[in-house]
Design a protein around this ligand. Structure first.
Ligand code: ADP
Length: 450
C-alpha cells in the first residue's frame, strides 16, 4: 500500500482525500497557498507545505512548487482531486517521471479523452453511441455547411480542445453557420492553442446522465451505475442524484455497458466518468469523459457502498478490484446539494467570514465540507464550500430527508445558496423527476421575474 500521499488540491475534496488516507493508515501531505493557511485541509493533514501566493497559477497550478513539496515530504503518491491539475496529462507525466505514483489514469488515456475529436474517434471504434455530426474535424466553412445540412439544424460547433462549457456555439439555421464556424475556430486557437473544431447535432431537450466507472491496473473495469446531473446553471451542476429518476432498467443496462466500453477503449485506470446526453425517447449519446474523481461522487458511493477515493488509492498502489460487476448492487436513492458561497438567485460570489456554522446531521445525512465557525472563505477560488448528501429507500423519502437537512443547515456571516435548494426541492417538476438540462435556468428566469 501507499505510505504517504500528497493532495494537490484544496477545499472539501482535499479534506475528503485526507480523511480516506487516515482511514487507510496512509500519511497525508497538504499543500496550501498563502490564502489557505487556516484552511481545513491545511489543518487536517499530517503535514502541510505552503506552495505559493493566493492566485492559483502561483500555487495550486504551480507544478514546480508542488513537485518540490513532494520531494521535501518524501511523498510516494500524488492525488490531484478535481479541477486544478487533475486532467493535466503533462503533470501526470512529470509525477511519474519523478518516481512518484500518480493517483489517476495514464497520461495516454487522459490525452485521448481530453481531445474531443480523438475521444469521439475512439468511442466510434468501441461502438459507443455518438451525437450525429461530423466524422472528426471540420476544416472549412464549405465542409461545415455540408455537415450541418446533413445533421439538420440546430447544430453545435465545438472546439476539440474545449472544456468547462467554453468553445461551443449553437447555430439555428444555415445563415449562421459560417460566422459560427469562423468564430469558434478563432476562439479555440486563442483560448486553447488548437483551432480544431467539429460539429454535432444540437439536442434540444436532453438530460445529462453520466456513468461512474472504476478500473484497476490488471484490466478489470466496472461501472457503478448512473447519476442524473441535469440540474445545471452555466454548465455548473447544482444538485445531483443517483439513480436517475428518468432511466429505466433496460436503458440503465445499455448506458452502463456503453460506459464500460468507453473506459475499456482507453484502458482506463482509476475512477472516471462518462458523460452522456439522453433524449426524451431515451436514446443517449457520448459527449465526453472526465478522467478524474468528480464532485458528485458521494451519491454513487451511497447507493453502491463502494468508497471511490479508497479505491482510487488502492488501484494506484496496484491492487486489483476486490469485486466484480455482479457484486455491485444498487440500494435506495441519494441526492447531493452543492453549497456555494454565492447569492442564491444572482449567483454573485459572497466570500467572507463564517460567524457561525451548524451542519445538519441525523440518519443518512452526510456532509463533505471544508468550513468551520470563524473560517474566512478566500475570494480567490471556487465558490463551492461544501456538499450535503442524503440517502433513503426511495427518491421521495430522500427528497424529504434533504429538505430537513437543508433546513437544519445554518451558515451565518456569508450568503449561501441554501434558499435556492429549499425552493428547488419544493418544486413540483423536480419532485416528479420531470426536468432536462434547461429546466434550472428557465425556472430561475421565472423566479427572478417575480
Ligand atoms: P465541456 O467539455 O465544455 O463540458 P461538453 O461537450 O461536455 O463540453 O458539453 C457541455 C454541455 O453543453 C453539455 O452538458 C450540454 O449541456 C451542452 N451540449 C454539448 N453538446 C451538446 C449537443 N450536441 N446538444 C445539446 N447540448 C449539448
Amino acid at each position: 500500500m501507499l505510505h504517504k500521499v500528497l493532495v494537490a488540491n484544496r477545499g472539501e475534496i482535499a479534506v475528503r482525500i485526507i480523511r480516506a488516507c487516515r482511514e487507510l493508515g496512509i500519511r497525508s501531505v497538504a499543500v496550501y497557498s498563502e490564502a489557505d493557511r487556516d484552511a481545513m485541509h491545511t489543518r487536517l493533514a499530517d503535514e502541510a507545505i505552503c506552495i505559493g501566493p493566493a492566485p492559483s497559477p502561483q500555487s495550486y497550478l504551480n507544478i514546480p512548487a508542488i513537485m518540490s513539496a513532494a520531494e521535501i515530504s518524501d511523498t510516494d503518491a500524488i492525488h490531484p482531486g478535481f479541477g486544478f491539475l487533475a486532467e493535466n496529462a503533462d503533470f501526470a507525466e512529470i509525477v511519474m517521471a519523478s518516481g512518484i505514483t500518480w493517483i489517476g489514469p495514464t497520461p495516454a488515456s487522459m490525452r485521448t479523452m481530453g481531445d474531443k475529436v480523438k475521444a469521439k474517434q475512439a468511442m466510434k471504434e468501441a461502438g459507443v453511441p455518438l451525437v450525429p455530426g461530423s466524422d472528426g474535424a471540420v476544416r472549412s466553412v464549405d465542409e461545415a455547411r455540408i455537415v450541418a445540412r446533413e445533421a439538420g439544424y440546430p447544430v453545435i460547433v465545438k472546439a476539440s480542445a474545449g472544456g468547462g462549457g467554453r468553445g461551443m456555439k449553437v447555430v439555428h439555421s444555415e445563415s449562421g453557420i459560417s460566422s459560427a464556424f469562423n468564430m469558434c475556430q478563432t476562439e479555440a486557437a486563442a483560448a486553447f492553442g488548437d483551432d480544431t473544431v467539429f460539429i454535432e447535432k444540437f439536442l434540444e431537450l436532453p438530460r445529462h446522465i453520466e456513468v461512474q466507472v472504476l478500473g484497476d491496473k490488471h484490466g478489470n473495469i466496472v461501472h457503478l451505475f448512473e447519476r442524473e446531473c441535469s440540474l445545471q446553471r452555466n454548465n455548473q451542476k447544482i444538485l445531483e442524484e443517483a439513480p436517475s429518476p428518468f432511466v429505466d432498467e433496460e436503458t440503465r443496462q445499455k448506458i452502463c455497458a456503453a460506459g464500460v466500453a468507453a473506459a475499456k477503449a482507453v484502458d482506463y485506470v482509476g475512477a472516471g466518468t462518462i458523460e452522456f446526453l439522453m433524449n426524451p425517447d431515451k436514446s443517449f449519446y457520448f459527449i465526453e469523459m472526465n478522467t478524474r474523481i468528480q464532485v458528485e461522487h458521494p451519491v454513487t458511493e451511497w447507493i453502491t457502498g463502494v468508497d471511490l477515493i479508497e479505491w482510487q488509492l488502492r488501484v494506484a498502489a496496484g491492487e486489483a478490484l476486490a469485486f466484480t460487476q455482479q457484486d455491485i448492487k444498487r440500494k435506495g436513492h441519494a441526492i447531493e446539494c452543492r453549497i456555494n458561497a454565492e447569492h442564491p438567485f444572482k449567483f454573485t460570489p459572497c466570500p467572507g467570514t463564517i460567524e457561525l456554522y451548524h451542519a445538519p446531521g441525523g440518519r443518512s445525512v452526510r456532509v463533505d465540507s471544508a468550513i468551520y465557525t470563524g473560517y474566512t472563505i478566500p475570494p480567490h477560488y471556487d465558490s463551492m464550500i461544501g456538499k450535503i448528501i442524503t440517502h433513503a429507500r426511495d427518491r421521495q423519502k430522500c427528497i424529504r430527508r434533504m429538505q430537513r437537512a437543508i433546513d437544519e443547515l445554518a451558515i451565518l456571516g456569508v450568503t449561501t445558496n441554501q434558499e435556492l435548494h429549499r425552493r428547488l426541492l419544493a418544486n413540483p417538476a423536480f419532485q416528479q423527476g420531470e426536468f432536462n438540462i434547461h429546466f434550472l435556468e428557465n425556472w430561475l428566469r421565472q423566479l427572478n421575474r417575480h
